[in-house]
Design a protein around this ligand. Structure first.
Ligand code: GLN
Length: 309
């Protein structure tokens, strides 16, 4: 059931932006990729999209930023739509309690990552999507363009090159899983796809719209079905339990929505059947989640009462 409501989200967004503006302490932009370190931590944008494509926004909501790990939600959706439950033989769906780029747990779990949203799991999903499509990052970009209606979305070659130059840890994850037979493509090919995927630049408006497939229980913007209702529910559940790494418990406690963060400072969130959100502010906490982003989502669910709980 798609609920539409005559209420506008604009006043609540403006109130949140004012509150965030007055709040000191924004965290620090990610510095492990030089191309991300240059972001202004004072930037803040937030958008809400409704299932019919109506978008509300405040602040820097139209400014493109590096989507990074937010893209992991969409590659998961695209791969799950193609191969269904067979995917779960190659990646688990339990929270890890470890940082996004952790190598621990892989060895005693025989090269099967704990979930699709830590880097190891996302590499497996990208590998499988690449095998099925021959161009996983191209497939992802086409999907994001179609769902957001923004044909200008593209890869940021500078960010992708910067990640490649600082990619030893992701390379280690890829080789480690390949040693267990859990990667099909040559690791350098996989890394190239993965870094291009992470480098996609999009705004809060674009990403909130792209996420509406999950608020519509699997139906794409053009009315066709990507995911079964059950698969859409499954992805929302994995976002809730694994979407903010080792802070997923705190995120569920404070925000109470399925969400997925990226080190570019963006976070997407879903109110199933009702709306999606995307918030962006590049300053991160020590677990790699946007400080102002989590605070803004916390205020949104408190002020509106919209939460899965
Ligand atoms: N590209 C980043 C990496 O793999 C993405 C991490 C993230 O957003 N958490 O290191």
């Amino acid at each position: 059931v798609i609920m539409t409501s005559p209420t506008t989200f604009q006043p609540v967004l403006e109130r949140i932006a004012e509150e965030i503006e007055r709040t000191p302490g924004r965290g620090r932009p990610a510095d492990y990729i030089p191309a991300l370190a240059a972001c202004d931590p004072r930037s803040f944008g937030m958008a809400v999209a409704e299932p019919d494509g109506t978008v509300y926004g405040v602040g820097d909501w139209r400014q493109p930023f590096s989507a990074q790990s937010i893209t992991k939600v969409f590659t998961l959706a695209l791969d799950l739509a193609r191969e269904g439950d067979a995917l779960w033989e190659h990646v688990g769906r339990e929270p890890s309690g470890n940082p996004f780029n952790s190598l621990v747990q892989l060895e005693y779990e025989n090269g099967i990552p704990r979930n699709p949203f830590i880097n190891a799991g996302a590499l497996v999903v990208t590998d499988r999507l690449h095998t099925r499509t021959g161009d996983s990052s191209g497939e992802l970009l086409a999907f994001l363009r179609a769902e957001s209606g923004n044909q200008d979305l593209t890869f940021d070659e500078e960010v992708a090159a910067s990640e490649t130059a600082h990619g030893d840890r992701n390379a280690a994850l890829g080789h480690f899983m390949a040693a267990y037979g859990n990667i099909d493509n040559p690791v350098p090919v996989l890394l190239d796809q993965y870094f291009r995927q992470c480098s996609i630049t999009a705004s809060c408006a674009d990403l909130a719209l792209a996420t509406t497939v999950l608020a519509r229980h699997g139906i794409r913007a053009d009315g066709t079905r990507l995911l079964t209702r059950s698969q859409a529910k499954q992805i929302n559940a994995i976002m809730l339990t694994c979407g903010t790494y080792d802070a997923a418990g705190d995120f569920a406690y404070r925000v109470g929505l399925p969400g997925k963060s990226g080190v570019g400072g963006g976070i997407i969130a879903v109110v199933p059947g009702r709306c999606t959100l995307c918030v962006w502010s590049p300053g991160l906490d020590e677990r790699g989640n946007s400080v102002a982003g989590v605070a803004a989502l916390d205020r949104f669910t408190t002020l509106t009462g919209l939460s899965v709980f």
